[in-house]
Design a protein around this ligand. Structure first.
Ligand code: GLT
Ligand code: MN
Ligand code: MN
Length: 389
């Protein structure tokens, strides 16, 4: 039983260097934990059964490092990956920490900032590819405004589109096997961030020159901040063939970006998410973009990371129970039962079908009066999740 919840590399659990390396700084307080080197973080992740580690360029290589320093840092890091059996499936660029990006990166009003963002991203792509990454995430944390006096929103979209088209062409030109995944967030650190939801990203992707190489990286917390149902966003991305990567964590609705341990706030939503990912056969990394409470020391960080993976595996086992539960399955069968009376109308449009459907007499009162048993079904799921089934 316990073994079922033991994370193994085959589960494809990953963490960002910035997640387990989070030192507990917040807008009101200084760090509460010491800095841990990327090499030591890799060691810790290997010990607890993770599959991989993701990074921003500057999580590994300081922004002002010399080429010689970069070569040494990257060599040490690669050795740590090999020693601990970890891979780097995803990489990204830090386009938000440096003051140069205070007005955004690809959408900044200053054309020099936009060009610098492209340069930094090309170099960071090179680094990610060198480390073996096959997904490249774009989280435009600073791509927004405090006041719409400052920027035209259509112009901002054009600038963002220009940057992505340029970078897709760069990847193709280099012969890299790399896919882009766009990550939405409604606000924070800007008052309003462009393309605030996964749905908005999905619409935007279709306007790109190489839309086939661009998908999304939805994050639980970010859709919840916008008051949305994360599963529905993920399902739409999946349906569009665009679920390239995923950021798992948890979040209370309508608050700042909490990045809480996976499943710790809303285990029911987490259950349906795990159920979806497992059943559709999503085979990308399960990336935990979360961090330990600020109250924790380094042992607490390890508990946090192990907890994310353990909760995922517990929920995965609950999915098996859900599928094997005779009462739940009987109710589902009943809910989806089809009496066959609508068979003449299925299978797409014909003018005869349309005419006969227009003439058909429905018993509207009976349709409305029928109880659907959703209360019983949901209570069974709650009991299963609470461990009494
Ligand atoms: C940052 C943000 C995350 C993004 C990361 C990738 S960085 O921590 O809050 O949601 O996924 O840039
Ligand atoms: Mn977040
Ligand atoms: Mn994220």
């Amino acid at each position: 039983m316990t073994d079922l919840y033991q994370p193994k590399p085959e589960h494809k659990f990953t963490f960002g260097l910035w997640t387990v390396g989070n030192v507990g700084r917040d807008p009101f307080g200084e760090p509460t934990r010491p800095f841990v080197s990327p090499v030591d973080l890799v060691k810790m992740l290997g010990e607890i059964g993770a599959y991989g580690v993701n990074l921003h360029d500057n999580d590994l290589v300081p922004i002002d490092a010399t080429p010689a320093q970069q070569t040494r840092i990257v060599a040490d890091f690669k050795r740590a990956l090999d020693d601990n059996g970890l891979v780097v499936p995803m990489a990204t660029t830090n386009l938000f920490s440096d003051p140069a990006f205070k007005d955004g990166a690809f959408t900044a009003n200053d054309s020099r900032v936009r060009a610098y963002a492209l340069q930094k991203t090309m170099r960071s792509i090179d680094l990610g590819v060198e480390l073996g990454a096959s997904y490249y995430v774009f989280w435009g944390g600073r791509e927004g405004t405090e006041s719409d006096t400052t920027k035209d929103p259509v112009e901002a979209l054009e600038r963002f589109r220009y940057a992505l088209n340029f970078l897709c062409a760069y990847v193709i030109d280099q012969g890299y096997e790399l896919k882009f995944a766009l990550e939405a967030k409604p606000n924070e650190p800007r008052s309003d961030i462009y393309l605030p939801t996964t749905g908005a990203m999905l619409g935007f992707i279709e306007t790109l020159d190489h839309s086939e190489m661009v998908g999304v990286n939805p994050e639980v917390a970010h859709e919840h901040m916008a008051g949305l149902n994360f599963l529905h966003a993920v399902a739409q991305a999946w349906d569009a063939g665009k679920l390239f990567h995923i950021d798992l964590n948890d979040q209370n609705y309508a608050r700042y970006d909490q990045d809480l341990r996976f499943g710790s706030q809303n285990p029911k939503a987490a259950f349906f998410l795990v159920k979806f990912l497992e059943q559709v056969g999503y085979d990308g990394p399960r990336h935990f973009d979360a961090h330990a409470y600020r109250t924790e020391d380094l042992a607490g960080v390890r508990d946090f990371a192990a907890g994310c993976m353990r909760t995922y595996l517990i929920l995965k086992e609950k999915v098996q129970r859900f599928n094997a539960d005779p009462e739940i399955q009987a109710l589902l069968a009943e809910i989806n039962a089809d009496d066959g009376s609508m068979t003449p109308f299925v299978g797409g449009y014909t003018s005869q079908k349309a005419a006969s459907l227009k003439d058909y007499r429905f018993d509207r009162a009976a349709l409305g009066a029928r109880g659907l048993n959703y209360e019983r079904l949901d209570q069974l799921v709650i009991e299963l999740l609470l461990g009494v089934r």
